[in-house]
Design a protein around this ligand. Structure first.
Ligand SMILES: *Cc1c(COP(=O)(O)O)cnc(C)c1O
Length: 414
């Protein structure tokens, strides 16, 4: 989800990090990336760097798929190199054809839009509500036509979306399948079931800014046997990422830990940041921001990433509890400052990947106010209707309001 830094900008940032480390300066700000990466993940990544012969070992990916899917409480799950590819697998499973009409939220990631564009779909954008930033059932209803073949709902920031039930009812009434975008909400629950079990299909992400982190990763989930067979087929046809990409993923894990988590001075840390900075994985490339399909799109998940995923899953419940504790702190902050806290849907358990707050638009443009109080660097998801591109979507006034004013605080403080 992070945008592509320019090469020189990235070099300057690396230099700053290194100087900071050498001077023993810890960053005062909680990082918004890689919040769940710990030293055990780093040791694991280093071990895997030394065994490239195992990087495409299917049994590790299968073990991860099983553990993840059991944890979600669903029947079938298939792992891919990214969440966006898992979405493409869902699109394939629904047999969406060029020209088919789909409805997606007008406040989402450009890679979600891209997955449908790559399939040639005709896309309508529905507005969101400003309580949980999910699709607004009222807006969605007006866009449904007899030709509509799929609806995307999402649970942003780790909040279960407000209109989940009315939208599922609408889907049943019209016989339109729902794809649930759970990229930011792994572990969130509604009426004691984890998200990902409500739509006909769902997908998760373990990109470096998400609830669990394998640098890049995604899982497509379903409870329907017919759709599972089609996802499986898509996965069987998919390549593993090339060896260079898998190596870079592991190096990025090591790099991110020392750059974002353990930022005090150490020889090992400075060495890792220096050595791996230029080789780290960029989540969304300039090509994708421009809506083009990059070469090598649509791979399955490597065993190396799956091994990190298995380790992350051991800690996810702990970290999700921590996120909810942090949210209570942001609730108090909102009350003090007179901002509206996000809505927690009754009977839901959010995971607060981030804590979203709508502030004055000028405060989203210049975030320096936050340095003093609350003393963390806010995130800016989303900077546009189709983040992080600069594309806008019309007739979605609430989405526009969120683009202008919604900032977010970290769910895990360092
Ligand atoms: C991150 C994200 C995606 C895409 O996941 P990747 O693993 O980065 O491909 C899709 N939807 C939302 C809401 C996301 O936050």
């Amino acid at each position: 989800m992070s945008s592509t830094p320019g090469a020189s900008e990235s070099r300057i940032q690396t230099l700053k990090t290194l100087v900071g480390m050498l001077m023993g300066r810890r960053s005062a700000f909680s990082s918004l990336s890689s919040a769940t990466l710990d030293i055990d993940d780093v040791l694991l990544a280093r071990k895997w760097l030394k065994q490239p012969e195992s990087w495409r070992d299917r049994s590790v990916t299968e073990a991860y798929e099983k553990t993840f899917t059991d944890w979600i409480g669903a029947r079938f799950g298939f792992a891919f190199e990214t969440g966006r590819t898992a979405l493409s697998a869902c699109i394939h499973a629904l047999d969406l054809k060029p020209g088919d009409h789909v409805i997606i939220p007008g406040y989402t990631c450009v890679v979600v839009d891209n997955a449908f564009r790559f399939a040639g779909c005709r896309i309508s954008y529905c507005d969101i509500e400003l309580e949980t930033f999910g699709p607004d059932a009222g807006s969605l209803k007006h866009l449904v036509t007899p030709d509509t073949r799929a609806i995307v709902i999402h649970h942003l920031y780790g909040l279960v979306c407000r209109d989940l039930e009315p939208i599922m009812a609408l889907s049943r009434e019209h016989g339109i399948p729902v794809i649930e975008d759970c990229a930011q909400a792994a572990g969130a629950e509604f009426k004691a079931a984890r998200v990902g079990n409500f739509g006909d299909l769902s997908f998760f992400s373990s990109e470096q800014s998400k609830v669990i982190n394998t640098i890049q990763g995604g899982v497509a989930v379903t409870n329907r046997e017919d759709l599972a067979a089609r996802i499986k087929h898509y996965q069987e046809e998919a390549d593993f990422p090339n060896m260079q990409r898998i190596g870079r993923l592991l190096m990025t894990a090591v790099h991110n830990y020392y750059r974002h988590r353990n930022t005090g001075w150490s020889l090992t840390g400075s060495h890792a940041v220096f050595r791996y900075a230029s080789r780290r994985v960029i989540s969304t490339t300039q090509e994708e921001i421009e809506g083009k399909k990059p070469e090598g799109y649509g791979c399955r998940l490597s065993a190396a990433a799956a091994a990190l995923g298995l380790n992350q899953l051991k800690k996810i419940d702990h970290y999700n509890r921590l996120r909810r504790e942090t949210a209570a702190k942001w609730d108090r902050w909102c009350e003090e400052k007179g901002y509206d806290p996000p809505t927690v849907l009754p009977d839901s358990l959010p995971v607060f990947l981030r804590y979203p707050v709508i502030v004055e638009p000028e405060r989203k443009k210049d975030l320096s106010w936050a340095e003093k109080d609350p003393g963390v660097r806010p995130g800016v998801w989303f900077v546009s209707h189709l983040h992080p591109s600069n594309r806008t979507v019309s007739d979605c006034p609430n989405a526009t309001r969120a683009v202008q004013g919604c900032v977010n605080f970290p769910g895990i403080l360092s």
